[in-house]
Write a protein that binds this ligand. Sequence first.
Ligand SMILES: *[C@@H]1O[C@H](CO)[C@@H](O)[C@H](O)[C@H]1NC(C)=O
Ligand SMILES: *[C@@H]1O[C@H](CO)[C@@H](O)[C@H](O)[C@H]1NC(C)=O
Length: 339
Amino acid sequence: MKTAIFPVLATSLLVCISCVFAHEVDTYDFLMPNVWPHKDELYLCTPIRIAPTTNYYIVGFVPQASMHTAHHMLIYGCSEPGSNGTVWDCGEMQNNEIDDMFPTANPCGSGSQVVYAWARDAPSLNLPKGVGFHVGRDSSIKYLVLQVHYMSRFPQKVTDKSGVSLKYTKKRLPRQAGVILLGTGGYIFPNHVEHMETACTVMEEKVIHPFAFRTHTHSLGKVVSGYVVRRSDRGDEWKLLGKKNPQLPQMFYPVVDKTPVRKGDVLAARCTMNNTHDYPVKIGATNNDEMCNFYLMYWVENDTPLKRKYCFTNGPPYYYWENAPEGFNRIPDGEASTL
Ligand SMILES: *[C@@H]1O[C@H](CO)[C@@H](O)[C@H](O)[C@H]1NC(C)=O
Ligand SMILES: *[C@@H]1O[C@H](CO)[C@@H](O)[C@H](O)[C@H]1NC(C)=O
């Protein structure tokens, strides 16, 4: 009898500990409503309105798409959606092109931020324990908008329901997730290796804990690297957050350095691009253009994420770290461009 007590106690203790942390996780399939991509390079958006009386915390993302169909998928958090329709064309509307099938609008009408991104058959993303994207009642995220960039026109009568299954809980989580997107505009001259660079000083009185990063370019990207720059009289300390060959699956990877980022630190990113064409390539929305993106996912404890969601510069030939207003020193020129 006596010997039974310890195991029983131990078991109930274990059960109890897991009780404290356990939370019901439900799944919502956030998918395109059987759309027909009627032309190449189409960007379509579909929204969900989050029940306004409830707080939800999204703790995981399970992609339901293939890279043969979708070039990329993004989930935006919005205060207002870009349209009140169920599906709209949310491309960059190059050349003021009018879509003859779907209304055109941005993903968000207001309060735009990226909460998830997928490309190249990246697998599921589960946030660390106790971390969730807060959406709904007390969050500025009232809508989620799924954007799918379709590669090419579908045959007649073939429709698509690519999307993402959201794992969520209604239980309040102590750590809220946020994403800041670093990127550039600019041009890459023909037959030229170019550095597309951006940097922003954190101005908010918050402690942010980086945990994952994702890179995105199109075909000319060689290396994308992200740094925290800690500044002092002794010089700038460039701490690598992460770097990746953007031709690998463009999923969120764990950061190299989890040291908290504070007010006064600088977030910086560089994309090293090799334009092997004999014509210039610009930053833009289509597959013939390029992109230079570094997403940093982080959590804050008992606080709300950064108000700042984007950190963009004009890129080359206008902006480089070297001529940035911050007056950087000790720029890790070689390291930032090699894997
Ligand atoms: C959506 O509907 C609301 C309420 O009718 C309106 O205020 C808002 O302007 C509409 N948004 C768009 C993008 O049409
Ligand atoms: C850029 O591409 C050219 C042509 O393929 C190649 O010779 C060169 O080594 C590449 N440079 C870098 C830095 O990738």
